[in-house]
Design a protein around this ligand. Structure first.
Ligand SMILES: C[S@@+](CC[C@H](N)C(=O)[O-])C[C@H]1O[C@@H](n2cnc3c(N)ncnc32)[C@H](O)[C@@H]1O
Length: 311
């Protein structure tokens, strides 16, 4: 299934979306994404017609506004992108820096689409003054306007009239969800810079997040969380505590290029945690990804614990 994606966003779940969606009920009333980013999961869910309605939220306001434009005013944002993309031909690097400066002054979401499409690996970086400071990718000009237009109209066709967009703190979203919703959460990654992650505009406190999840359990909310991960036996971020009674599913997210460089053949595995009510409903059992690294590495490292598939 070809799913449209206008926003280049590092950490986007677009490649894992179909696997993640297997752990959602086949049909439900509303999907809520408090940490939507490029909204890859909402878009994939809408492409499969799983939910009737979508609440897409991200604290990064220009990003949330950009999603709103793509969904509700596709022609306007596609035309603007084409215009700004065509202006980069004389000196594309200089053009990028000018657009970046304008964006930091105005926070105009339309400029953000061009920056995300043209910056290094679609990776959002902010300095301590919360100014966008990512450099341009010198080898690419960014998505061609025609392709961008197709992707924009594709997303609009899937979500227009069925979605609300907001830019709230995630806790304000969670306090407004109900038992008919499914909530998918992909918070900023841990293990990079603690509570403040320059890749995502804002970080979150681990302890507060755990409290918020415990409260969702009490309210019997169905939710799924993408959280930590590992490459080989190197884990990124803290695990979510057993007290939350979550079902952990390990998903294969591809091969680590860094490990490959080091002569290892390590697989990156991402964790998906299902809330107690969701796990019962979709009949999920814990799944731990089997070791797939070379035997040579196993001989070198004695303390390794892998658990075979349990379901
Ligand atoms: C890992 S990214 C989500 C990627 C997304 N799943 C996708 O497919 O593109 C995390 C997102 O959380 C947002 N965020 C960070 N802190 C937040 C907060 N306190 N409340 C809501 N959103 C937040 C960031 O702006 C970022 O876009």
């Amino acid at each position: 299934m070809k799913v449209p994606h206008p926003i280049q966003y590092q950490g986007s779940k677009r490649n894992l979306a179909s696997t993640i969606l297997r752990y959602f009920p086949s049909r439900f009333s509303r999907l809520v994404e408090p940490f939507a980013g490029s909204a890859a999961i909402s878009i994939a869910c809408a492409a499969r017609g799983k939910a009737n309605f979508y609440w897409i939220n991200d604290l990064n306001k220009p990003l949330a506004e950009l999603l709103g434009l793509i969904i509700n005013r596709p022609a306007e944002i596609a035309d603007f992108y084409e215009k700004i993309w065509n202006r980069q031909h004389d000196d594309s690097i200089e053009h990028y820096y000018r657009v970046r400066e304008d964006f930091n002054r105005t926070r105009d979401p339309r400029l953000f689409l061009y920056l995300l499409s043209r910056c290094v690996k679609g990776s959002v970086r902010y300095n301590s003054d919360e100014l966008f400071n990512q450099s341009p990718d010198k080898r690419r000009y960014g998505t061609q306007p025609e392709t961008m237009r197709e992707n924009i109209f594709g997303v609009s066709a899937l979500l227009k009239g069925k979605s609300v967009i907001s830019s709230l703190e995630y806790k304000d979203v969670l306090s407004n969800v109900n038992e008919d919703d499914v909530v998918y959460m992909d918070p900023p990654y841990q293990g990079v810079c603690g509570d403040r992650d320059s890749r995502y505009f804002a970080g979150i406190s681990y302890d507060e997040y755990i409290l918020a999840l415990a409260e969702l359990n009490e309210r019997q909310i169905r939710y799924a969380v993408s959280y930590d991960g590992r490459t080989g036996n190197k884990t990124f971020g803290k695990l979510l505590p057993d007290s939350l009674l979550l079902t952990l599913i390990e998903l294969e997210a591809g091969r680590s290029s860094q490990a490959t460089l080091l002569g290892r053949d390590a697989i990156t595995v991402e964790s998906l945690y299902l809330s107690p009510r969701l796990a019962i409903e979709v009949e999920a059992s814990p799944y731990f990804h089997r070791k797939l690294e070379t035997e040579q590495l196993v001989l070198m490292e004695s303390e390794r614990h892998y658990v075979a598939k349990m379901s």
